[in-house]
Write a protein that binds this ligand. Structure first.
Ligand code: 13P
Ligand code: SF4
Length: 363
């Protein structure tokens, strides 16, 4: 995670009303020079300020297609801003309002550890028999590694399609950094659990014997989302006992025991659509980040929407982006001194772009 210095005066002491007034004034003066992208997990006061609101795939597609604005202000986390910078079509400047907005899961797959794993596996199975696939929640350096090896990026929306493609290329895959999205998707595709093995980068040879490596079809990097692992199958059971008609919808970053007990699983955009399109009176138990669950409850007053975990599960890094940082960011653009520019350098950019474009061409 990068360090974000404290904001200068007056931002820390401004009220929400003052901040919103400043944000609207800055946007007016910038006009079409700026677009704001907001991920579904952003704070409730930040989400409506987005010109586009969506999941990782939708926002990446937006960044890849928009040509109008000079500045793309990304209200999300660091890997999303990096992807926007890699995919932008011109000389746009991508800005992350708080540099501390990282992703714990992305930090779990360091590219040097990934290279070491590759160097351990490839001599055993042969490079022609394995392809790397990475969830978009990873560093640009890891996307570049994957691009260089002929692999591909996926999101929670298109994971099944992308993994199907990967298996058409080679016999085995290694999936980074989220073991849960990898396992849940491959299991849905009919791959038996014993043919998937965890690669633990802290252990010699990932914790696997040569025989294990040879008999593995899916290597799952030992990474996870700390937010989504707070949901358990016991919580799902308890809700079903209490409310027999409840429908459970979960994000595929949850453990397989939760996903297998759910009625539906999919990306944040899928969850939003499913709940919004459901009939009045429907009752939903949702296993994903707290800001999104609270927003769904508010935007669907004719339905009951609650978190599967009653203590709620906040993504603290997503939550770092607030009106204070957004106001400071926009004022700096107006002043001609943009801060927090996210710029991926070569050759990382080109190789990462190959892996991202392979995905976008299939989406
Ligand atoms: P989505 O692509 O479903 O929005 O997921 C992003 C994410 O970080 C979920 O934790
Ligand atoms: Fe990363 Fe999990 Fe936060 Fe999503 S919810 S940004 S995977 S830490």
């Amino acid at each position: 995670m990068l360090y974000q210095p404290p904001l200068p005066s007056p931002y820390p002491n401004l009220s929400e009303t003052e901040l919103l007034a400043r944000i609207h004034a800055a946007r007016k003066s910038l006009g079409e020079e700026v677009v704001i992208l907001t991920h579904h997990y952003q704070r409730p006061e930040v989400v409506p300020l987005g010109d586009a609101i969506g999941d990782s795939l939708k926002l990446a597609q937006f960044a890849a297609s928009q040509t109008r604005a000079k500045y793309i202000v990304f209200c999300g986390v660091h890997f999303m801003a990096e992807s926007a910078d890699i995919l932008k079509t011109g000389n746009q400047v991508v800005i992350l309002p708080d540099l501390g907005a990282g992703c714990d899961m992305a930090d779990m797959a360091d590219v040097d550890m990934v290279s070491k794993a590759w160097d351990d596996i490839v001599p055993v199975v042969g490079e022609e028999n394995i392809i790397p696939v990475t969830y978009v929640n990873c560093t640009a350096a890891l996307k570049a590694f994957v691009g260089l090896k002929g692999g591909i990026v996926c999101t929670s929306t298109n994971a099944q399609k992308i993994i199907t493609w990967a298996f058409q290329q080679r016999k085995r895959i290694i999936f980074f950094p989220d073991q849960h999205l990898g396992r849940n998707t491959c299991y849905k595709m009919g791959i038996p659990l014993p043919e998937m093995r965890i690669w633990d980068p802290a252990l010699v040879q990932g914790g696997l014997s040569k025989e294990d490596i040879v008999s593995t079809r899916v290597f799952l990097w030992k990474g996870h989302c700390p937010v989504h692992l707070q949901f358990t199958s016991q919580q799902v059971d308890a809700l079903r006992v209490k409310y027999p008609n409840i429908q459970i919808i979960v994000h595929p970053e949850c453990d397989i025991s939760v996903v297998e007990k759910s009625d539906f699983s999919g990306s944040t955009e899928y969850i939003v659509k499913m709940v919004s399109d459901s009939p009045a009176g429907t009752h939903w138990g949702v296993a994903t980040e707290a800001n999104l669950v609270a927003r769904l409850a508010k935007e669907n007053p004719d339905k009951t929407v609650e978190s599967v975990n009653r203590f709620k599960c906040l993504c603290s890094t997503m939550n770092r982006i607030d009106l204070k940082h957004l106001s400071w960011t926009l004022d700096n653009i107006v002043a001609g001194t943009p801060q927090n520019i996210i710029s991926v350098s070569e050759p990382t950019r080109s190789f990462a772009k190959q892996a991202l474009l392979r995905m976008l061409q299939m989406s």
